[in-house]
Write a protein that binds this ligand. Structure first.
Ligand SMILES: [Zn+2]
Length: 229
């Protein structure tokens, strides 16, 4: 196979559309190559056009936009598009949770950045409401939760914990930990998505050295990418 497999995690075999025109992947940490370079090389290798990328200037909001053109969207933490628009969505994270959403039947895809603020403000539900408004049915939606800091490592203080129900907090030796993933999963289940359609990478970015982690003082970012050509 190609050398690129070491630089990205392809989601083709988990929850995704089985089609050569479809792409979904996460970049891994790399000493020699920025995520930008890995993105460009991967798209070129797979025959996708870099000009079709749509990304956002993320601000830890719960704002999600339905888009029809490439470019950089301001003050936005989630993008949704039709497969027919042939856009390539891009979200950047390092410990926050990248959320991939697909409705293959209704031909919609979405990518969301959910940190503690976005999770507090239920950004995944903002995204799902757009899917439903565009005609998606609950049973056709599949969601993948990418590598992020997990409850094993995500230490928080009371300024953060006060926004979350006790069921998402873990107290260990006078330290408080938060499970953002469990809150997001509950938000998704409340919307009627089946648990069998929720996929979790199970990877903790702070523990796994193959991914960038903000709390481990990495400067780089994990790129989450999904698109169609
Ligand atoms: Zn951990």
């Amino acid at each position: 196979m190609n050398v690129k497999q070491k630089e990205i995690v392809s989601l083709d075999n988990s929850f995704c559309i089985k089609n050569n025109n479809f792409i979904a992947f996460i970049t891994k940490k790399n000493k020699n190559k920025s995520s930008d370079i890995i993105l460009k090389e991967t798209l070129m290798f797979k025959g996708f056009n870099f000009d079709n990328i749509a990304s956002c200037n993320q601000i830890h909001s719960n704002r999600v936009q339905f888009i029809e053109k490439s470019g950089v969207y301001q003050e936005t933490d989630g993008l949704i598009c039709s497969l027919n628009s042939k856009l390539i969505l891009l979200i950047q994270t390092a410990d926050c949770i990248p959320i991939f959403i697909i409705d293959e039947i209704n031909k919609l895809i979405g990518l969301v950045h959910s940190g503690w603020k976005g999770t507090r403000d239920s950004i995944v539900q903002s995204a799902l409401s757009i899917f439903f408004n565009k005609g998606s049915k609950k049973e056709n939606i599949k969601i993948y939760l990418g590598p992020s800091i997990k409850k094993c490592c995500y230490e928080i203080n009371e300024d953060v914990s006060k926004y979350f129900n006790d069921k998402y907090l873990i107290s260990k030796e006078q330290t408080l930990y938060l499970s953002l993933i469990d809150r997001i999963k509950d938000d998704i289940l409340i919307e009627g998505i089946k648990s069998k359609n929720i996929f979790d990478s199970q990877i903790c970015t702070m523990e796994n050295q193959e991914y960038y982690s903000y709390r481990r003082n990495d400067n780089g970012r994990i790129y989450s990418v999904m698109g169609y050509k």
